[in-house]
Design a protein around this ligand. Sequence first.
Ligand code: PGA
Length: 231
Amino acid sequence: MIVAANFKMHKTRKEVKKYLEELKNIKFNGVKVAIFPPQSALFEDKIIGAQNAYPAINGAYTGEIGLEQLNEFNIKRILIGHSERRHILGETQEFIAKKFEFFKNEGFEIFYCIGEPLEIREKGIEAVIEYLKGQIEGIDLGYEKLIVAYEPVWAIGTGVSAKIEQIKKTHAEIRKFTSKPLLYGGSVKLNNIEEILSIENVDGVLVGSASLDVNVFKEMIEKAAECKISK
Ligand code: PGA
């Protein structure tokens, strides 16, 4: 079971440090935990991954960080393809695939995100799968250090997660393309995590807003550990 936290543009370096200290007060009991803090709060810690980086060692890419900056903290984990980078920052599939290739060649563990907007979901599951296929174009789905996160855009940060049946169906379809761990993300909260983790083909969760409170996130890890035992 994998439980990952995406802090997005929240928390300072000092706050992340304190968060990690508190988080480590509990045993993870076999749950794999990953934390993606903002770039200014990267630490040398196995639990930490980068929310983003440019696919180059260094160079003239204003506002970006690259491999050299990640290496400083021994970061070996990265989030690629998150919907906010696709839709707000305008990353194209071509660029995302290039980024994937670069960090794959560097041996990073890649949390690769896919997910459809509401207008596609409203057209039905076939349209959703077609859309998701476009988001795996150029991506090596057999990469050994790949973790796929299905995050419907309409469920991210809205407080309305996808319905159990929708997650079940979509994950079953994605499973046809990859045998790698599949996470669900999009308004995962304390009150729905157990139900979500009990769905077939759900190997973990990627949590945004609810992960910001360390006590909530700790409880989520504990619940995941229990699900692992009963699954
Ligand atoms: P959310 O974000 O939990 O706030 O919906 C999830 C994500 O974007 O990874």
